[in-house]
Design a protein around this ligand. Structure first.
Ligand code: GLN
Length: 200
């Protein structure tokens, strides 16, 4: 299976390293033909507006959208989650998503860069210890369709719970950055569940 990491902007190397530690060789992909050749795609953390603009100007939006819609295992972290959401709140005017994930996501939901934080989270399907989650100007999920599985949530300052890790069929998304810690269990979850299921 050919796994690509979308390499327009963001923490591409960190994902390639994390996947490698799970025994999966992946490549940085940024052209239409490179993307057409992959069987699974990771969309990194970074800046969703920049990735979206670059994807539009390189003519990549449609090919990525079609591959996701046709069942390609896809994993997005932070900006990657935003790019996978069908609906984005607090995006810039005209911000485009690849979509496919039936959620509404709120950009920069926790506040500004200085409001970034780390916390241990219970992640469904990954047992002890908890996942140490790094949130950097992160989104949270506002609403999910009935067939979206919530894998982890976090409470805001008012005590309201918001999903921060979700799965819908072939798509996994986290508001935090598993690629920035030494713990590769979320990448392993992607490889062992979503990627393996697609080749069955
Ligand atoms: N706030 C960024 C965005 O809107 C995401 C930040 C991140 O990926 N760490 O894309």
């Amino acid at each position: 299976m050919q796994v690509g990491v979308l390499a327009l902007q963001g923490d591409v190397r960190e994902h390639i390293k994390a996947l490698g530690e799970c025994g999966v060789t992946s490549t940085a992909v940024k052209t239409k033909s490179e993307i057409s050749a992959v069987d699974a795609l990771v969309i990194p953390g970074g800046e969703s507006t920049t990735i979206s603009k670059l994807a539009r100007s390189f003519g990549l939006i449609e090919v990525i959208r079609e591959k996701i819609a046709s069942g390609m295992p896809t994993f997005g972290t932070c900006a990657g989650m935003i790019l996978l959401a069908n609906k984005v709140e607090d995006g810039i005017v005209g911000q485009e998503s690849f979509g496919g994930l039936d959620i509404t996501v709120r950009r920069n939901a926790f506040g500004r860069q200085v409001d970034s934080f780390e916390i241990d989270l219970q992640f469904k399907g990954i047992t002890d210890p908890k996942i140490h989650a790094v949130f950097i100007r992160a989104p949270w999920v506002e609403t999910v369709a009935s067939d979206v599985e919530v894998l982890a949530s976090i409470s805001d300052a008012a005590g309201k719970s918001h999903p921060v890790a979700v799965r819908q069929k072939n798509i996994l998304a986290t508001a935090f950055h598993p690629e920035l810690t030494a713990d590769n269990r979320v990448h392993k979850f992607f490889v062992e569940n979503l990627c393996r299921e697609s080749v069955k």
